[in-house]
Design a protein around this ligand. Sequence first.
Ligand SMILES: [Zn+2]
Length: 66
Amino acid sequence: MAKDTSFAAKTAKAASDRDTTNCPKCGEAYANVKLISSVRSETKNSWKFLQNFVLVCSCNQKEIYI
Ligand SMILES: [Zn+2]
């Protein structure tokens, strides 16, 4: 039990050391999610892909994960 607790504490500390931000609304730590969207290029008649990193929490995950 004690071992589990210290492991959890270490994990929590490691997580807080990273550059994480908590949502002011739900208090949840944002998950950094890579979104890839395809955009059609009219001139070249081809698709190009755009990569975006978005911060996801309970507030907006329904909009992100369609
Ligand atoms: Zn939120």
